[in-house]
Design a protein around this ligand. Structure first.
Ligand SMILES: C[S@@+](CC[C@H](N)C(=O)[O-])C[C@H]1O[C@@H](n2cnc3c(N)ncnc32)[C@H](O)[C@@H]1O
Length: 211
């Protein structure tokens, strides 16, 4: 990585464009994903993403859901497939990722365009004037950017959740999952954090407001 535009979390990654097609069975359904160089885990679905998708809790009732940092869209697209009456938003800063996510929605979901929406920008920036709150927010966070950014993000998450809403995320144990667990327990007295599962070195969490 020679400059900032070569990271998968750049707005405009500066690497030669190559498009790939990958297929993956997730929650017993086969998905086809178009991916592109410059986007997170473009050669194959990330193991953390896979563990997360297999264990994430999806509301049964029609809901408003967000895949934050969607990449080429695997989490949001599974949400769109498994929760056909929910509105799903997918946000990413990387324009190539958003291009893929749009293509992958068309490939994998037979749904009204407006009910699964992609938005590009810095985390909640693209929805800041929409007055939106979510039943659930899902994320495989970019821990390579450092823990500090993720801890700052956790602070704003409750303001985007409905009162019974929750934030689910996955972190590799070696990338600081135990640290995040301790930090949240110490610093968020109005919230609870629970571990949904520990698999293959990844911890899947659910973070929610205490009543
Ligand atoms: C670890 S990747 C996960 C991608 C995808 N959810 C998956 O599981 O394959 C994290 C994603 O967060 C995105 N991201 C990083 N910083 C961001 C920001 N400030 N705003 C929006 N997305 C961001 C990156 O571009 C990347 O696609």
């Amino acid at each position: 990585m020679e400059n900032n535009n070569q990271h998968y979390y750049s707005e405009f990654p500066n690497v030669e464009v190559k498009i790939y097609t990958i297929s993956e069975s997730l929650r017993r359904h086969l998905y086809i994903f178009k991916t592109i160089t410059g986007v997170f885990s473009f050669r194959k679905i990330d193991l953390g993403t896979k563990v997360f998708i297999e264990h994430m809790v999806i509301p049964k009732d029609p809901s408003v859901l967000l895949d934050l940092g969607c990449g080429y869209g695997p989490i949001g697209i599974v949400l769109g497939y498994e929760s056909p009456d929910s509105n799903v938003y997918l946000i990413d800063i990387n324009k190539r990722a958003i291009w893929c996510a749009k293509e992958n929605i068309k490939i994998n979901l037979n749904r009204d365009k407006k009910s699964v929406l992609t938005l590009s920008g810095n985390y909640f920036e693209p929805i800041k004037n929409k007055n939106l709150k979510f039943d659930a927010i899902y994320m495989n966070p970019p821990m390579r950017q450092g823990r500090k950014d993720f801890l700052k993000l956790i602070e704003v998450i409750p303001s985007y959740l409905k009162s019974k809403g929750y934030f689910q995320f996955v972190i590799k144990k070696k990338m600081g999952a135990p640290y995040i667990l301790n930090f949240v327990n110490k610093n968020f007295p109005n919230n609870n954090i629970e571990i949904i599962c520990k698999r293959s070195g990844y911890w899947v969490f659910r973070f929610f407001q205490l009543n």
